[in-house]
Design a protein around this ligand. Structure first.
Ligand code: NOJ
Length: 552
């Protein structure tokens, strides 16, 4: 399993209110207790932090706030000594506008670095296209020095690299080698399927000659596959690594092009379909709608089935861009513990590699800061600025959307204990601590055998004992209109039954005929489940139970 760390919010050891690498080093025992195999660190490189490190100005230097290269070397050595692997975030769809390549690129149209980025002249006194940045506002910014526009799919401080330029690809390969030579075990690749723009944006000459630009930008351009194959053969193949590409707008069918083994591209990808179920399709992500359990089932099942024999899934609920799952798909009030365990069961029993984001193992929840002044996320602040009515009349509505959807929900400091600043820091942290840290924190979880933490620990340990959890074939069970998500995993005559309840009511689940009355063992449950159910399972609110039926 992979544990994701957002270093800025993990543990501050030098009292500047910002997490650091030595903070991670200090918590390796904690990670080992949980059962972590691989740690993925969100970007740790030098950055002006317009987007918290996803805007890199030096790929070979550690961010000053996070520590030094010596700290990094110590951290990776300590992890390897414990048998843990380290995955870094590779952010190469774009750089910071403060990266020396961009600084040089913008100086003149003839700069040797000009073609590292995507510059286009205006068209009929308009930007080259009407594309919008993912954070709001136009995706093109005019640079007065040369009078041309540059493309930035994210903030204007994150100019997109031109991957059609072989020199850019060689630079990326070189920086990957730099970290691999330091012993890094793999990469999580930021919006990697957006690097190819050929289908949407004509090359400079063709553009100037009048070739049309696509109305909207979409990732998954054709050349991405050639670039990933090249990266694999040029850089990765000489090393034992793991790669996972962040791929918005990818369907299970398209996923095969990225993760089928014989294609030699990525090992895994992060898809978004199950993360898109609580906002209105076709709008920006701030228009909420209630989750429909059936849609969650259909979405996850499609991925399970499509990648059952070819390819490999990554399984995740939380990350640094998503609201906390217990607040989103569970109940972060009365049934917080039960629903956090239920959601963990649902995901960890599936086929694929599970990812746990810091604090998820504690059942950490969304935060609801009172004022916009407490928020830090560039996307949140921008949305608020753009949408706030001049008379402020929609303020409450915007704050409600922020409470539900802001990326800062995942970025509040890790809750280590009930002391000031949740034990994250000794000073005021860069973003406020969730006030519920006095009752939800690691220290308390470690003292409570019934905690969400120990439940995750057990799920993680089970995967190492039960090969059916890894390899078993997935089949969704039909539970009619009941608010249940039940599925089977099958392998060599054995069957794993997973039943999860999404309601505050008690539910009765009828076992499939083939399993009723068969000998079985309860592997895990978030309530005192019947050891050998006959034909009915009685599920309490947010109940979850897993039974292993072995062939006789
Ligand atoms: C995806 C990252 O996960 C997100 O945090 C970031 O803002 C964008 N890519 C841009 O790098």
């Amino acid at each position: 399993m992979v544990y994701q760390i957002y270093p800025r919010s993990f543990l501050d050891t030098n009292h500047d209110g910002i997490g650091d690498l030595r903070g991670i080093l200090r918590k390796l025992d904690y990670l080992q207790t949980l059962g972590v195999d691989i740690v993925w660190l969100c970007p740790i490189f030098q950055s002006p932090n317009d987007d918290n490190g996803y805007d890199i100005s030096d790929y070979r230097a550690v961010m000053t706030e996070f520590g030094t290269m010596a700290d990094f070397d110590e951290l990776i050595a300590a992890m390897h000594a414990r048998g843990m692997k380290l995955v870094l975030d590779l952010v190469v769809n774009h750089t910071s506008d403060e990266h020396p390549w961009f600084v040089a690129s913008r100086t003149s149209k003839t700069s040797p670095y000009r073609d590292y980025y995507l510059w286009r002249p205006e068209r009929e006194h308009r930007p080259p296209s009407e594309w919008r940045s993912a954070f709001g506002g136009p995706a093109w910014t005019k640079d007065e020095r040369t009078g041309e526009y540059y493309l930035h799919l994210f903030s204007k401080k994150q100019p997109d690299l031109n991957w059609e330029n072989p020199a850019v690809r060689q630079e990326v390969h070189a920086l990957m080698r730099f970290w691999l030579n330091k012993g890094v075990d793999g990469f999580r690749m930021d919006v990697i399927n957006a690097i190819s723009k050929t289908e949407t944006l004509p090359a400079y000459e063709a553009y100037v000659a009048g070739a049309p630009v696509a109305e909207e930008f979409h990732p998954n351009g054709e050349t991405v596959h050639a670039y990933l194959k090249e990266m694999r053969s040029e850089v990765l193949n000489g090393h034992v690594t793991v790669t996972v590409g962040e791929c918005p707008e990818v369907t299970p069918e398209m996923a095969h092009l990225y993760v089928d083994e014989d294609r030699q591209e990525l090992d895994m990808l992060f898809q978004f379909e199950h993360m898109d179920l609580d906002w209105v399709p076709g709008t920006d992500t701030w228009h909420l709608r209630p989750i429909v359990l059936d849609e969650l089932k259909q979405t996850l099942s499609r991925w399970q089935t499509a990648l059952d024999r070819r390819g490999w899934n990554s399984l995740y609920w939380d990350n640094h861009d998503q609201p906390r799952v217990v607040s989103r798909f569970g109940d972060d009030g009365k049934y917080r513990v039960e629903s956090a365990k239920m959601l963990a069961t649902l995901l960890h029993m599936m086929k694929g590699t599970p990812y746990v984001y810091q604090g998820e193992e504690l059942g950490m929840t969304n935060v609801a800061f009172d004022t916009i002044a407490d928020y830090r996320d560039i996307a949140t602040l921008r949305m608020y600025r753009e949408k706030l009515a001049p008379d402020g009349s929609n303020q409450a509505e915007l704050m409600a959307a922020i409470h539900a959807r802001s990326r800062d929900n995942a970025r509040t400091p890790m809750q280590w204990n009930a002391q000031a600043y949740a034990g994250f820091s000794e000073v005021k942290s860069w973003i406020g601590v969730n006030p519920n840290y006095t009752s939800i924190n690691a220290e308390q979880a470690l003292e409570d055998p019934e905690s969400v933490f120990y439940y995750y620990q057990k799920l993680i340990a089970l995967r190492k004992q039960q090969d059916i959890m890894v390899y078993g074939e997935y089949a969704l069970l039909d539970t009619g209109t009941q608010p249940l998500y039940a599925y089977l995993r099958r392998m060599e005559g054995r069957v794993l039954l997973v039943v999860c309840s999404f309601t505050t009511q008690e539910e009765l689940f009828r076992l499939p005929a083939e399993l009723a009355g068969q000998p079985c063992e309860c592997l895990i449950a978030n309530y005192p489940a019947e050891p050998t159910p006959a034909d009915m399972l009685r599920l309490p609110p947010y109940g979850a139970a897993v039974y292993l039926f072995t062939a006789q």
